[in-house]
Design a protein around this ligand. Structure first.
Ligand SMILES: Nc1ncnc2c1ncn2[C@@H]1O[C@H](COP(=O)(O)OP(=O)(O)O)[C@@H](O)[C@H]1O
Ligand SMILES: CC(C)(COP(=O)(O)O)[C@@H](O)C(=O)NCCC(=O)O
Length: 312
């Protein structure tokens, strides 16, 4: 068969919101509105309808993958004639700054942990592996926070590889959005969970030549997608909300901005978006979208309007 570029079949199945929402089967919402409120990121309008229509079917699909993976481990054990030790089922969650990865990750952690199998679920953000500001400043990278080179990629790879090798416990650094830096001396201990969610801008980055990528260890990956104009709007609105809340805290790295007027904060928000986050999105993050197992496509109001699922 000869294929023209316009007839190349897609490795993804496209699913409309209307079809997707029927795939939750009989699953009921295991969250109260108060609990959902606590999981919601700043200015994320997610509501119970969105959770029922989008995230319950997603949690069901992930749970099916998780149990299929456990069966596969049993098959490998039968083949080898000895049991294979447990390793976490690893889910990567990628997407731009301000697209809502943290809400998606926290929500999936809770929905998965409340499924009948009751798996233990841990959540790690790749910001734990950002170089401290002092190192970024030394390397001239302070304006490149979130770009691949601003992370200690070797340490991140060691962490994910240790988890997938069945390590019982690994400690990692802690990043504070408020202080905009790694917290000196603070640690997050990750004890081997049944499911590990790894969330971050660049979790789907391809490997450097001769190296491995963290996504080599993922069992499933999700790319949270939206139009650039919409994400820009969400970033700017969130920065305005932070200006009136987090920035007022004297411990905030951006405390001085709580004193400026609205025009200045708008100029700052547009500049950070244009010069940092949009450049990173276009050059490093968007090109990884096709590597995901599943793409959640959001509309201007943050609701998911369609899903693309990779044919396995
Ligand atoms: N300067 C800041 N001060 C305090 N919190 C922040 C700041 N910047 C971002 N955050 C918070 O950090 C979290 C992660 O943001 P981000 O990496 O943009 O991912 P996403 O919006 O996709 O979850 C969000 O909950 C956001 O509200
Ligand atoms: C900390 C981040 C790089 C996100 O990191 P991630 O958790 O995705 O690894 C990002 O939220 C950030 O601070 N970007 C720098 C530009 C800005 O202030 O928006």
């Amino acid at each position: 068969m000869t294929l023209g570029w316009d007839t190349v079949p897609s490795p993804f199945v496209e699913i409309s919101r209307e079809t997707w929402r029927t795939l939750r089967a009989d699953d009921r919402l295991p969250l109260t509105p108060g609990e959902l409120n606590a999981l919601r990121g700043l200015r994320d309008p997610i509501d119970t309808t969105e959770v029922e229509d989008i995230y319950l079917p997603l949690a069901r699909l992930l749970s099916l993958f998780f149990t299929a993976d456990e069966r596969l481990r049993g098959t490998i054990g039968e083949f080898l004639g000895e049991p294979v030790g447990p390793t976490p089922f690893i889910i990567g969650i990628a997407g731009s700054v301000a697209v809502g990865k943290s809400t998606t990750s926290r929500l999936l952690r809770t929905l998965l942990a409340r499924r009948p199998e009751h798996p233990t679920v841990e959540l790690v953000s790749t910001d734990s592996f950002l170089y401290p500001n002092a190192v970024l400043a030394d390397r001239g990278l302070l304006d490149r926070k979130g770009f691949p080179e601003s992370y200690d990629r070797k340490a991140l790879l060691r962490f994910v590889s240790a988890m997938k090798s069945g390590a019982e416990e690994v400690t990692i650094p802690v990043y504070s959005h408020l202080e905009y830096d790694i917290v000196p001396g603070a640690e997050q201990t990750v004890r081997r969970p049944d499911i590990l969610i790894v969330e971050g801008l660049n979790v789907l980055q391809p490997p450097a030549p001769g190296s491995q990528a963290i996504s080599d260890f993922f069992d499933f990956s999700i790319y949270v997608d939206a139009r650039i104009e919409h994400i820009r709007q969400w970033f700017i609105e969130r920065l305005f909300a932070l200006y009136r809340t987090a920035f007022v805290n004297p411990r905030s790295y951006f405390h001085r901005y709580s004193q400026v007027d609205q025009d200045e904060i708008a100029a700052f928000a547009h500049r950070v978006w244009r010069e940092v986050n949009e450049v990173n999105l276009v050059s490093n993050i968007l090109p990884t979208r096709e590597r995901a197992t599943l793409v959640l496509r959001k509309d201007a109001d943050h609701s998911v309007r369609g899903i693309r699922l990779r044919r396995i």
